[in-house]
Write a protein that binds this ligand. Structure first.
Ligand SMILES: Cc1cc2nc3c(=O)[nH]c(=O)nc-3n(C[C@H](O)[C@H](O)[C@H](O)COP(=O)(O)O)c2cc1C
Length: 196
């Protein structure tokens, strides 16, 4: 059921706007009660208290600076996030991580950035560990003028799933202008972490 104001209701424009806002609030409550699994926009974040590792693969600093931005945002919501350079990580480290947010660019002709190259190679070897206890999401930076668009991020996303890790949210691919997709990914992450 959705409450609406008839077009010909005898109210002024500003009165109609007020009533419409009032009805929208009631409609949102009705929808929430009939579908409690849907998170409410006004509900406090239950991502709070979660321990999160943000790992970055970056050649010229964009993924690294987005990692810092994300970390600040998540910490302000009560999460405990730490940032790791992929150059300092091995796939075995992922066995001790519950929530991984991986932000990476792609370089060369679909190659990982230098700091992520070893990790990328090791993760794709047969000796890579099973990662059934890991929940993750990937933000891939790229440029669609290259043939191998966002290849490194796609590789990580698929390989982590193949090793048994669960996606918190689907991969988000950014084409040159990354501000909006980054914001949208961040919002999805906050909701996804609440459920993870
Ligand atoms: C030399 C060079 C090669 C690149 N190769 C690719 C590529 O193969 N695929 C892609 O999607 N983006 C490619 N890009 C775009 C970068 O991934 C993109 O600019 C990214 O935002 C850079 O992030 P970073 O500063 O964290 O490294 C390339 C950029 C440069 C400068």
């Amino acid at each position: 059921m959705k409450l609406t104001l008839p077009e010909n209701a005898p109210f002024s424009c500003s009165q109609k706007m007020w009533i419409k806002g009032f009805l929208d609030g009631i409609n949102s409550t009705i929808q929430q009660q009939s579908n409690p699994s849907q998170p409410s926009l006004t509900e406090p974040s239950t991502a709070s208290g979660k321990s999160i590792t943000i790992a970055f693969g970056s050649q010229t600093g964009t993924a690294e600076s987005l990692s810092k931005k994300l970390s600040k945002k998540l910490n302000s919501k009560g999460c405990i996030s730490s940032i790791r350079d992929l150059a300092s990580m091995t796939p075995d480290d992922l066995k001790n991580i519950e929530h991984l947010l991986l932000i990476t660019s792609t370089y060369g002709d679909g190659e990982p950035p230098d700091n992520a190259a070893t990790f990328h190679r090791l993760l794709h070897e047969e000796t890579a560990p099973p990662l059934n206890t890991l929940a993750y999401s990937v933000l891939a930076l790229g440029d669609s003028s290259y043939a191998e668009f966002c290849k490194c991020g796609r590789d990580f996303d698929q390989r982590l799933a193949a090793l048994g890790a669960k996606r918190i949210t689907p991969i988000v691919e950014c084409d040159v202008d990354y501000d909006d997709p980054f914001e949208s990914w961040t919002s999805q992450i906050e909701l996804g972490l609440s459920a993870a």
